[in-house]
Design a protein around this ligand. Structure first.
Ligand SMILES: Cc1ncc(C[n+]2csc(CCOP(=O)(O)OP(=O)(O)O)c2C)c(N)n1
Length: 1015
């Protein structure tokens, strides 16, 4: 194509003779312009650079991003050729238009200026030949233009007529521009030779050949969608690969027999389980057996393409098949899972059903072995996607692979799930973002055209294809008929090559069917009677392919049967059946998880820093080169940090936190912190990334603490919770040596990622034995900011706690934060850490620490009373967590008369510090009034989750009671005044003697909201 044009209204005559580039962003202005000429993908660089120079930068960018191009290109191009030949041959408005830009180029028809016109004229000559009369007849030119349009139509929409449905049930939509007549062509034009322009193959061909090539390439058993790829280089690469190969991989006979063997394995394994474990759920792959062929080929080729590791994420459908036939899991193990054998000697945790389990192995390929891992997966469809990406990124980081070439993510989706689950979009959005880039993912949609019971696409989605979301990334999509395994191999190769070359996502939509119900106990005909009539009569992919190979004389029926028989016999032995599984040989990138096993949460660890080390680190983290001009407010923060380092003023949270990171990266632990606005800190407190006010460049002091330090990564994430938290979970389960932190902007937003918390973070170890040291920072505290910025929903995390599965901490001082973060890495123990992190405490005058707290302290799970009270005078002990402590402390200090109420902070709510708590109780021998005070409503916060633990060591004379907000449907009051009243009421109540002093009006206010105070 010489140049492309954007036409919104079809073949409209240009309204103006000059080049028109829309400067307005609005749709209105776009629509008011009939046609825009934009630059070429082709070799005509002079024209291209002319256009580029003419276009404003913003328009160039917009052009690059718009899908509205290409439609009129060939038409305009042909007209221009005609014009060069004979200006009178084109409509007057066009002639004027072309003269306009010729003038702009400084040339004319008589004195063509350069290769642009020269090539145009050459082509016009070609066209004359096509017309057969030595001159460019207008009608011939019109036909030539029509042929070019026809080719473009096939590239664009040929997939709509591709034969994709193995069941043959799909009714293709009406696509008029794929017909000759739409373009003014007919059967009588078939013998005419036309210029093929950019179509692969000869420069000129009879229309009949062009037509059959278009049918073969674009309407065979593969439907290609790639014209939405706006990057010209990628689009041309795809076009060339697609058109030159004519769809099929053209495998040799050995490869064909390999394909047959893979299909035999895929089918054989399901049939085996079907007869051996009748009616048991296995989520059979049958109908989609080509998936195994694709994965075999993909892994095999990875070896030769520099891919060292492949991480696969997939749901239940076909998982057992992939485990046995691709990853080489021993059938014996799977059989025992079918038999539900539970051996407490072997089993760790509470386990999971067989079709959720992960596995990994080394697969031998002609170019060395490739480590293949299948991620553990909960039932929640698609949620494994970001987890796989995070795991891949960790592996790439470990290898120092910034382009993402050595580790490949492969995501296998269900058609209904991919179209429906929002996490699919979030994961795609991560794809090229700096902190989450993995060099592109190969996606395979196991499109069995049914989602549980939905087979009508109109019920399952609002777009034509289940893959349509891929287009938001401009990812190419190759739809392939599952009954054509050779085509499936071809598109898999194309996908892998594209990913390795362009480092972007790519999709293969394997259109297949589901031979049984949703699971094997299910009756599909109840809801899909007609579809299943067809399926019952439809031969398997293996037998269809075996027949095809028989016809080609490559195999006999007996040999094909013998192959199947032999596979069954191998399964009978229970030994691994996958081809080429190598013994796993650990290398320098293999993680030794045994280091983290068999440890207890309360093993002590020294988290202190020597004073000289502290000085060295704080100097480094506060160092800002002279050429970096800071914003005055940031400069003040850094000035203050320098004073903190010198011990001149007390230390705040930002200082302590960054110092913890500085210490860890110089002790061999990479630090990775992501979340929304995390680099600066939502509360303007972190400023880990400095922005030079002179030129906008950035400077990250923690990247430059010491020459041999580990990476410090802090990235503002996209505005996603579920996707990003899933990614960080995946990262931390693959990289135990890194401190991985996900930060919520406000703690309650984490509930958008509830699946990740419930299905992975809290239960991953119990279900699958996967260790994870992920830290969640969840800003929490009642400061009158309303229902959505107060509570991180502490109660939910505590409710998930059992078997020491994770830690829930509420640090109240900078030093606690420092020691807690260091403890998280220095202990040989990896458990998720949920932190109710501070908001107003970040700048609270009492919530400060000293350098001595870092050089001498540790993380205290309980912080005893800090004022000098006589223990024997104490009659009440108020226990609390978090910010409310300072409200209580200030109120007590303000009331000089109170010297008998101790206030104790529980800084770690889980695992609960039983011993430390019991010691406090013992210390205050005269205290019988034990209070739990919290800011959260009674049905929320810690109370109901820890009440039994608080009660545990108490004796008969003790009385445990609750002080806090009444139970409430909403986490916090929206009215600032109501908030204040509630807050001061609960503080007063916690410190009051005798009768409650809470103002009646406040109590009334709470009651009228319809909840009892002590639910
Ligand atoms: C998030 C989520 N919602 C609902 C389900 C229940 N469910 C399991 S399979 C399935 C249908 C999935 O259809 P599709 O994605 O086409 O995959 P297939 O099972 O057909 O292979 C549903 C709704 C689930 N597992 N996860």
């Amino acid at each position: 194509m010489l140049f492309s044009s954007v036409g919104l209204l079809g073949y409209t005559i240009p309204p103006r003779p000059e080049l028109v580039f829309p400067e307005e962003e609005t749709r209105k202005s776009l629509e008011s312009i009939d046609i825009y000429i934009v630059f070429t993908d082709g070799p005509l660089t002079s024209l291209r650079s002319y256009f580029l120079a003419e276009m404003s930068e913003s328009y160039q960018q917009r052009y690059q991003a718009t899908p509205l191009f290409g439609g009129n290109a060939t038409y305009v191009e042909t007209l221009y050729e005609q014009f060069l030949e004979n200006p009178a041959a084109v409509p007057a408005a066009w002639a004027e238009y072309f003269r306009g830009f010729q003038a702009a180029l400084g040339g004319s028809r008589d004195t063509p200026r350069g290769p642009v016109e020269q090539e145009m004229l050459t082509r016009a000559g070609t066209q004359r030949v096509a017309a057969g009369n030595g001159s460019l007849h207008p009608e011939a030119a019109q036909k030539q233009a029509a042929v070019i349009k026809l080719i473009e139509s096939y590239r664009d929409r040929g997939h709509l007529r591709a034969r994709l449905d193995p069941l043959g049930r799909h009714v293709p939509p009406d696509v008029p521009d794929l017909d000759l007549s739409f373009h003014g062509l007919s059967e009588t034009d078939m013998p005419t030779v036309f210029s093929t322009v950019s179509l692969a193959g000869p420069d000129r061909m009879p229309l009949s050949d062009i037509w059959s090539m278009l049918q073969d390439v674009y309407c065979g058993t593969v439907g290609f969608e790639y014209m939405h790829v706006s990057n010209g280089e990628e689009r041309l690469w795809l076009k060339d690969r697609i058109e030159t190969s004519r769809t099929h991989a053209n495998p040799g006979s050995e490869e064909k027999l390999d394909i047959l063997a893979s299909l035999g394995a895929a089918e054989g394994m399901e049939k085996y389980l079907h007869t051996k474990y009748v009616g048991q759920k296995r989520f059979s792959l049958e109908g989609g057996e080509s998936l195994i062929v694709m994965l075999h080929d993909l892994v095999k080729r990875c070896g030769g393409m520099g891919v060292q590791e492949v991480v696969i994420g997939m749901a239940h459908r076909g998982r057992l098949n992939v485990l046995i036939n691709v990853l080489g899991k021993s059938p014996k193990e799977i059989f025992s899972e079918f038999e539900g054998v539970y051996d407490p000697k072997i089993a760790e945790g509470s386990g999971d059903v067989k079709y959720h389990l992960g596995f990994s192995s080394d697969v031998k390929t002609p170019h060395g072995s490739v480590h293949v891992a299948l991620a553990f997966n909960p039932s929640h469809l698609e949620i494994v996607n970001p987890v796989v990406e995070g795991s891949v990124r960790a592996r790439q980081d470990r290898r120092g692979d910034v382009r993402g070439e050595s580790v490949l993510p492969v995501l296998i989706h269900g058609d209904a799930a991919f179209a429906g689950q929002g996490i699919g979009m979030e994961t795609l959005q991560l794809s090229q973002a700096r902190g989450f880039y993995t060099g592109g993912t190969v996606h395979i949609v196991l499109n069995n055209q049914i989602g549980f019971t939905i087979s009508n696409p109109h019920d399952a989605r609002s777009t034509p294809y289940c893959t349509d979301m891929a287009k938001m990334l401009e990812a190419p999509v190759f739809h392939v008929n599952g009954d054509d395994p050779e085509a499936a191999v071809f598109v898999t190769r194309l996908a892998l090559d594209y990913r390795q070359k362009f480092h972007k996502d790519v999709f293969v939509d394997l259109v297949c069917y589901r031979r049984h119900g949703h699971n094997e106990a299910d009756e599909p005909a109840a809801t899909q009677p007609i579809m299943y009539q067809t399926i019952r009569n439809h031969a398997t992919t293996r037998s269809l392919y075996a027949d095809a190979l028989q016809q080609q004389g490559l195999v006999t029926a007996e040999a094909a049967n013998a192959m199947a028989e032999e596979y069954r016999n191998r399964l009978d032995t229970g030994k691994p059946v996958a081809p080429s599984i190598a013994a796993h040989v650990p290398n320098q990138f293999t993680v030794d998880w045994t280091r983290y096993q068999q440890h207890r949460w309360n093993e002590s660890v020294d988290t202190r820093l020597a004073a000289d080390r502290l000085k060295f680190l704080s100097d480094a983290m506060n160092r800002v080169p002279a050429e970096v001009e800071l914003h005055p407010r940031v400069a003040r923060i850094y000035d203050e940090r320098r004073k903190m380092a010198a011990g001149v003023i007390p230390m705040d949270w930002g200082f302590a936190e960054l110092l913890a990171y500085a210490s860890l990266v110089t002790q061999g632990y990479p630090v990775r912190l992501t979340g929304q606005d995390t680099a600066r800190g939502t509360f303007f407190h972190r400023h880990a990334v400095l922005h030079n006010q002179k030129d906008g460049s950035t400077y990250v002091p923690l990247e430059l603490v010491a020459r041999d330090q580990k990476p410090f990564t802090v990235v503002d994430s996209l505005l996603s919770e579920e996707g990003v938290m899933g990614f960080e979970y995946g990262y931390s389960t693959a990289e135990p040596d890194a401190l991985v932190i996900w930060e919520a902007q406000f703690g309650d937003f984490a509930n958008g990622a509830q699946v990740v918390i419930d299905q992975f973070i809290s239960a991953g170890e119990a279900k699958w034995g996967r260790l994870c040291g992920l830290v969640l920072f969840l800003p929490h505290g009642y400061e009158g900011q309303g229902p959505e910025h107060s509570s991180a929903r502490l109660e939910r995390y505590l409710q998930l706690c059992a078997e020491h599965n994770m830690q829930v901490c509420v640090p109240t001082t900078p030093a606690q934060e420092f020691h807690m973060l260091r403890r998280q890495m220095l202990r040989p123990y990896r458990k998720p850490l949920i932190v109710m992190s501070p908001k107003s405490l970040l700048r609270h005058k009492l919530s400060v620490s000293t350098l001595a707290d870092l050089t001498h302290g540790r993380f205290h799970v309980v912080i005893p009373e800090i004022d000098k009270l006589s223990p024997t005078r104490v009659t009440r002990v108020v226990f609390c967590s978090g910010k409310v402590y300072y409200d209580l402390l200030e109120a007590r200090r303000a009331d000089k008369k109170i010297d008998d109420i101790a206030i104790v902070r529980i800084e770690q709510l889980y695992p609960f510090p039983h011993e430390e708590y019991a010691e406090i109780i013992k210390l205050y021998v005269n205290a019988h009034d034990i209070v739990w005070c919290q800011e959260e409503p009674q049905n929320q916060g810690a109370w109901y989750e820890i009440r039994h633990r608080l009660q545990d060591p108490l004796l008969a004379h003790h009385r445990l009671r609750y002080v806090g907000r009444a139970a409430s449907a909403s986490p916090a009051a929206g009215y600032a005044q109501l908030h204040k009243q509630q807050q001061s009421a609960l503080i007063q109540e916690a410190l009051s003697k005798g009768a409650l002093t809470v103002p009646a009006a406040v109590r009334e206010n709470i009651k009228t909201k319809g909840v009892s105070e002590k639910a």
